[in-house]
Design a protein around this ligand. Sequence first.
Ligand code: ADP
Ligand code: MG
Length: 719
Amino acid sequence: MEAKAGLQEWTSQPVGQARPRRAKRREPASEFREILIQAHRENRSYLMEHECKELLEGMGIATTGYLVAGSEDEAVEMANAVGYPVVLKIVSPDVVHKTDAGGVKLNLKHAEDVRRGYQAIVGAFKYQHIVGVSVQKMAAPGVEAIIGVTRDPSFGPVLMFGLGGVFVEVLKDVTFRVLPVTEADIDEMIGEIKGYPLLKGHRGVSVDIPALKALLMKISALVMAFPEIGELDLNPVFLYPEGNVAVDARIFVRDAEDTAPARAAKKQNMRDFFYPKSIAVLGASGVPGKLGYNVFRNLIFHEFKGKIYPINAKNDYVQGVKAYKNILDVPDPVDLAIVLVPAGAAQAAVEDCCKKGVKFLVVETAGFAETGEEGKKVQARIKETIEANGCRVLGPNCSGVINTHHNMVQSIGLIEELGKGNVGMVAQAGVYAAGIITGLRHVLDFGIVATIGNKMDISEADLLEYLGQDDHIDVIAMYMEDMKSGRRFIDVASEVTKKKPLIVLKNGRTEAGKKAVSSHTASLAGNDTINTAAFRQSGAIRARDNEHMFGLMKAFSKQPLPKGDGILVITYTGSLGVAATDVAYLNGMRLGDLEPHLKTRLMELLPDYVKTLNPVDYSFSMDPEQLVKTIEIGVESEDIGGFIVVIQGEILDRFVEPLRAIDTKGKPILSCVACKEFMMDDVIKMEKAGIPVYSTVEMATEVMADMYRFGLRKANQEQ
Ligand code: ADP
Ligand code: MG
């Protein structure tokens, strides 16, 4: 490919100098500052191609050059110096999309072409403000890519990479990661676009992947170094077998007030928050039906392991426990205070708690920022108080924390008896969490459930960080609607997912209200695209809906991870065997293949009419003994990583004990009982025996594949 020779010339040195000419290229920082000042003076947020390219060259990124001619003669002079063929482009603060407006002349081969091109451009833009005409080397054709950056309200700057040209217009073959990125993130980005085969080598053409990676890392560094960069597009970048070159570039800068660095995350051990030795309840009540009654009742009913102090101005005893008029009257230290007083009295209550030396507060009352301006002000004042006193607050407008391992239930609603389990959950809304805990109580035991409410202080990332460290918790689920400090969430989640599965259900995907955008990257970055990228980047498993999330929680909570990608499907109906097979292959798993001696053993076991060994279809004859023996054969096979078992609902009861007793040597079993909702008693028995039951085999198999992928990622990270 001729690209090679041509490229060398302009990757090694800048093609030219910008106007006004500068004696020597400066450091990118001072150079950028100068460009910014210029833009600011001219009251524009759009940086023109030559300005961007000068900055890029300063970062060691190859471009087609940033020379700008102010006259026809100068254009010819520059073209002669650059070498033909050249490209001319309009340089104007008013022209963002140059081609559309007739501002790009390609492949000009002689001085004459340059003159004609120059005149044509100047003619086409005679009523606009023209800075000049850019004269640049015509880049040899390469694989066209697009690289961009935009800013997401939750996650901050995000990097986009994809194939350019028609691919981006029509196929939108792009991928995102939240900045800054690691080399592993970049590898994933490059590998996950649909056009990856074109990069890797297609009909003898391939591109320089290390150079592409270096370019993406440089863009990441550039944007992290200059928070003023709001949006950036390199469209296109030509990728070659050796090197690459940015052919077009634009940057939109943003206001300085947006650029304050995020406040550093507070470092505080949250252990006492989840395992307090004493709790004061401000607003505890003896009147049934009141919030203060329920919360205090829950602490008593679940036999909270520490001391409890009701704070009540009027009564000496609350629900039989000695009460205090003010938290300051409590003779002993208090680790955590639950604030249930009305919003109007909350500020004083919080101040008292701080005076008492309480380090953790849970404000469950509503009526704060969610209600409007006045509430926002109250919330802001409370925030000042807690920050001044170095204490942390959950809420307001939340339903507190449940920690079954500490017999602690702070919920607003009365909660019945709970088992002690290994599932941790963070939910935005209290009622949602209560509904799930109560509903799933029969089939799933929770360890810690935290509701976050308005997130005045303690965020989902803080809670997640702690759940990652708690030894009782093996699986974490999060239900999110909005996400604050998204970058910290990614950092925390990336750490947590090295050890524990994190399941995220994020709603509000169809969020409208995107502001008008000028960059390509921003228009391709739908809100949910960024969410998906961020969760993938952090290793979280994104649940499609509530049902998928429950399905994942049960499986991760009760079963080990698959030991490989091969599954053994055992069913009483061929149709569900086919369905399981399809879903397995669609999700990166496959049917395992038994070793010859195991095949023989299985064949001896099977009735003659059974033809295939995987899925094993027993038809209506399947009995528990056959199932157990079949699983035992699979347990011995190197190629079987886990089992999908389809059981008839009417006889489910008979399978519970045999399946409970079986030693699968660390291989998971997920079961499907079609129409399970009509035989709940037996389903609950099976769930309590530790075997998750799904009403569709598709869900069971998909969940198995999710577990497999998690295990694979975990193993890769451990290496
Ligand atoms: P815009 O995106 O503002 O319309 P570009 O600078 O991207 O303008 O130019 C439009 C197209 O022209 C590019 O997508 C590319 O295919 C081609 N092009 C522009 N500049 C060059 C160059 N220096 N070498 C080769 N092709 C170029
Ligand atoms: Mg372009």
